[in-house]
Design a protein around this ligand. Structure first.
Ligand code: HPA
Length: 285
């Protein structure tokens, strides 16, 4: 089957729909990952639209992904919140996975905060910890699965995207300051993308550690590439949902465990955002 590539007008149509339905689009957007949807309770909500009512918007099918787009304020500062994301493993194309980010770009979002639930590769991480993503390894991307593959519209971004400092150093330093204010420990590390949906074998876990990963997950990286293509500033935060086995015979992760861990991660992420969002506006978006 021929691959489908979206054009600027596809993104524009959805952006126009959102502006019409919501009335306004904040400059800061947040994508909430698996089990992290309740972070949206931090938002003083002004308007919402379910993904299924947005024409052409991919609707997540997995538990823990609400499928709701809202605008409102966190600590008085404007934020757009996406509760849930589509994944490649659900059968969506990599272009569909990144469609929401390109829509946000066209709609005027300037800063994107991406969150996810991730398995710990770093042995010092515990379930419920937060990790600031400093860099990533795009394993499926290096093997050809990149959201920017296909025709490039220069009005959306350059053909070849620089991924040095993809996770904005100023936003990262701001996030550490916000974490300090909130009294939260914020690890730093490298996120490795795997396509999923099967979890890693112990041999794969040893490999991922060997190549320098601190956390592993099935999302986020394509969104970050699409955002950097569009010139958005990006901040990435992983919530550690499980520690993963190195030896055969040890118990592996399951999705219920990942969602349960959300209960530990959510209050920390809420406290972090409460401090961080106004600081981002003070810095200038
Ligand atoms: N592996 C891959 N993706 C994940 C994991 C994991 O252990 N936990 C949450 N997402």
């Amino acid at each position: 089957m021929a691959e489908v590539f979206f054009s600027r007008s596809d993104y524009q149509r959805i952006a126009d729909f959102l502006k019409e339905r919501l009335g306004w689009i904040p400059a800061v957007g947040i994508i909430l990952g698996s089990g992290l949807n309740p972070v949206a309770e931090e938002l003083e909500k002004e308007a919402s639209v379910p993904y299924r009512e947005i024409p052409g918007f991919p609707v997540p099918s997995v538990a823990g992904h609400e499928g709701l787009l809202s605008v409102g304020r966190i600590s008085g500062s404007p934020v757009l919140v996406l509760q849930g994301r589509p994944h490649y493993y659900e059968g969506y194309s990599i272009q569909e996975v990144t469609l929401p980010v390109k829509v946000l770009q066209i709609a005027g979002v300037k800063v994107l905060i991406v969150t996810n639930a991730a398995g710990a590769l770093n042995p010092s991480f515990k379930v419920g910890d937060l990790m600031l993503i400093t860099d990533h390894i795009n394993l499926p991307g290096m093997a050809g699965l990149n959201p920017l593959r296909g025709p490039n519209d220069e009005s959306l971004g350059p053909r070849f995207v620089n991924m040095v400092n993809a996770y904005d150093p100023r936003l990262r330093s701001l996030a550490q300051k916000a974490a300090k204010k909130a009294g939260i420990e914020l690890h730093e590390g490298i996120y490795i993308l795997v396509a999923g949906p099967s979890y890693e074998t112990p041999a794969e876990v040893r490999f991922l550690r060997l190549i320098g990963g601190d956390a592993v997950g099935m999302s986020t990286v394509p969104e970050v590439i699409a955002a950097r293509h569009g010139g958005l500033k990006v901040l990435g935060i992983s919530g550690i949902s499980n520690v993963i086995p190195l030896q055969p015979g040890e118990k592996g992760p399951d999705h219920q465990e990942v969602l349960e861990a959300g209960k530990k991660i959510v209050p920390k992420l809420r406290a972090l955002l409460r401090h961080l969002i106004p600081m981002i506006y003070e810095m200038g978006v």
